[in-house]
Design a protein around this ligand. Structure first.
Ligand code: HEM
Length: 256
């Protein structure tokens, strides 16, 4: 009888997760984010919205915001599935279908942002920052999808890493916003009435920080992968040459 409470397959899964704890991180932050962000929108009542609908917003604003949020939730969930190496290796069909679902969620979710961006309440900084993030998110996703269709999996992986970094900008925006409010408009955190200009700056700066920093982190990560691949590529011929040398140095009778 085994002394372990878990079967060996589950034990090896837990062991591999403990060895690479960052694999579970996207799923964890996604669950925490969705549990906190979705409830105000589940009742489809504009009065419940976490951020009040701007007074000058057209009638399509709230429906498109809700479409954006629900599809954004699908995008984050499928992104977590896509970066799970075990699923990619063992269930390639699930990887392909959840990848298609990701693309089908990102495009309308990003387009909805473009439609509502001009009406955002916090001014040009937020409007341009959100619009550009949406364009880059959709572009990286389309380029990643097209690379997969061409079976160029190196490019596919690179564009999808950028796409996920942009999708997760919304998640890291929560801590950035808290920091920016503490620096530029601390009254908000104490419940006092803030200076509106400083509040606009805090929201705008936190938005730009969210996606620019994520994108820089993604590029650094991709650079590291490329360097590792180059290193492995340079090591392989050297190892091959060494083994050929060793073989040819052996007396003919010992080679077989
Ligand atoms: C990466 C591209 C994204 C862009 C450019 C973007 C942009 C926006 C914009 C402009 C708003 C309206 C903010 C306001 O009313 O002041 C918004 C709200 C929201 N978005 Fe996104 N979003 C993106 C991704 C996502 C994703 C992946 C989710 C996941 C569910 C999401 C969830 C939400 C939620 C819950 C709101 C409501 C306000 C809040 O609680 O923050 N967004 N988004």
């Amino acid at each position: 009888m085994s002394h372990h409470p878990l079967p060996s397959a589950a034990r090896s899964r837990v062991r591999s997760l403990l060895a690479r704890p960052w694999l579970g991180l996207p799923a964890l932050v996604t669950v925490v984010f969705l549990v906190h962000a979705l409830p105000p929108y589940l009742g489809l009542d504009p009065a419940e919205a976490r951020i009040p609908v701007p007074d000058r917003a057209p009638p399509f604003y709230y429906p498109l915001l809700v479409v954006h949020i629900f599809l954004g939730a699908i995008a984050l969930t499928t992104a977590c599935l896509q970066v799970w190496p075990r699923l990619r290796a063992r269930r390639p069909a699930v990887h392909r279908w959840s990848g298609r679902l990701y693309v089908m969620a990102v495009l309308p979710a990003g387009a909805a942002v473009l439609a509502i961006a001009p009406y955002l309440a916090m001014g040009p900084n937020q409007q341009v920052g959100s619009g550009l993030l949406a364009v880059l998110w959709m572009a990286a996703t389309v380029l990643g999808y097209r690379a997969a269709r061409r079976r160029d999996f190196t490019r596919h992986r690179e564009w999808m890493v950028r796409s996920f970094a942009l999708a997760f900008a919304i998640v890291v925006n929560r801590p950035w916003l808290t920091l920016c409010l503490a620096v530029f408009a601390p009254e908000v955190l104490t419940g006092a009435r803030p200076d509106m200009e400083m509040l606009r700056q805090a929201v705008g700066v936190s938005l730009w920080l969210s996606w620019v920093v994520n994108l820089i982190a993604a590029e650094l990560w991709l650079d590291r992968l490329r360097a590792r691949r180059r290193h492995a590529g340079a090591a392989a011929p050297a190892a091959r040459a060494e083994s050929v040398h060793a073989t040819s140095a052996q007396p003919a009778g010992e080679r077989a």
